[in-house]
Write a protein that binds this ligand. Structure first.
Ligand SMILES: [Zn+2]
Length: 314
């Protein structure tokens, strides 16, 4: 019997924001997997989830492309032949067909198809997010993904600073904050994972984020122009991320997720980065599950060897 080979699409936080409304239908984050028949399944990632897998093919494979029809309406078209990914997680053909690659030029006057235009013309939020080592960024989220976007980014603290009428205005504001306040629009996943090895104190990260968000609001208030309002609203961090973001002794996961067999228990999750326990070790490791994106795995009862980490404890 051969095990099913799944193509990993990544870790998604599709549930509602935490709060009273979430109690009835709260959904945990999940790793999205594509089976050989083209069906997508969600592997729920929760505190206590045991995750075991073996890399079953070399390299990265194409995840297909998206056709955007409106704010809440899009088709995910899988790659017909699970081709090798030429760049990132797409083959050349799917990259060219993907609507979302046009998003980034829209505010500079780029032409977009009607469905993508409808998506971009929905209200958007501008936020300032701070990660575990204090690295911070400015970013945007569509109204429907207002909370989820920051959950997937793995923010430790974040504040919304403006609500814009559409996705063109919000990106103009984002560029302005980068230009005037020096806040970048990207923090690399590897830097986020390294930061979770030794998170700064929550009170310091909150003070830093509050100051940067305040500076951004001051710039926005002085910017003039139409189509947005300045807001002061905290993002609610998911409960499952709390433990990953609190200072503790932990270690970098020492194995390459591009090959071999791996297995551990997930204790917490921040974005795509897990805090994981290895069997019989009592030690916690930071594992960037984002590295599995576009890779082919077989699930199974595997366990990662406990590395010798004594020298790293002090
Ligand atoms: Zn493709």
């Amino acid at each position: 019997m051969t095990e099913t080979r799944y193509l990993v699409h990544g870790v998604f936080w599709d549930g509602p924001a935490p709060g009273p409304a979430a109690a009835s239908g709260g959904r945990s984050p999940a790793m999205r997997l594509q089976d050989p028949g083209g069906a997508l399944t969600a592997l729920t990632l929760d505190a206590g989830t045991r995750l075991g897998f073996r890399l079953a093919a070399a390299g990265r494979h194409c995840l297909g492309h998206h056709l955007v029809h409106g704010p809440a309406d899009r088709d995910h078209v899988l790659c017909p032949d699970r081709a090798t990914a030429a760049k990132g997680s797409q083959c050349e053909r799917c990259f060219v067909l993907d609507d979302s690659r046009l998003i980034h030029d829209f505010h500079r006057g780029g032409r977009v198809p009607p469905g993508l235009r409808a998506y971009l013309m929905q209200p958007h939020w501008l936020y300032v997010a701070t990660f575990a080592n204090g690295a911070s960024k400015v970013g945007t989220a569509s109204h429907l993904r207002k909370w989820n976007r920051l959950a997937e980014q793995g923010a430790v603290v974040a504040r919304y600073v403006a609500r814009a009428g559409d996705g063109r205005v919000v990106r103009l504001l984002e560029d302005m904050i980068t230009r005037e306040a020096g806040l970048p629009q990207q923090v690399r996943a590897a830097a986020k994972a390294a930061a979770l090895l030794a998170p700064a104190a929550a009170v310091d990260l909150d003070a830093l984020n509050g100051r940067l968000a305040g500076e951004a609001r001051t710039l926005l208030a002085g910017a003039g122009g139409e189509g947005f309002v300045v807001v002061d609203e905290r993002w609610a961090r998911p409960e499952l991320s709390a433990r990953a973001c609190s200072p503790a002794a932990r270690h970098a996961y020492p194995y390459d997720l591009a090959a071999g067999a791996h297995g551990f228990r997930i204790d917490a999750l921040s974005g795509s980065i897990a805090l994981a326990s290895l069997d019989g070790s009592g030690l916690e490791f930071v594992v960037n599950l984002g590295q599995l994106k576009a890779r082919v795995v077989e699930l199974g009862d595997h366990g990662s060897d406990v590395p010798a980490v004594q020298e790293a404890l002090f």
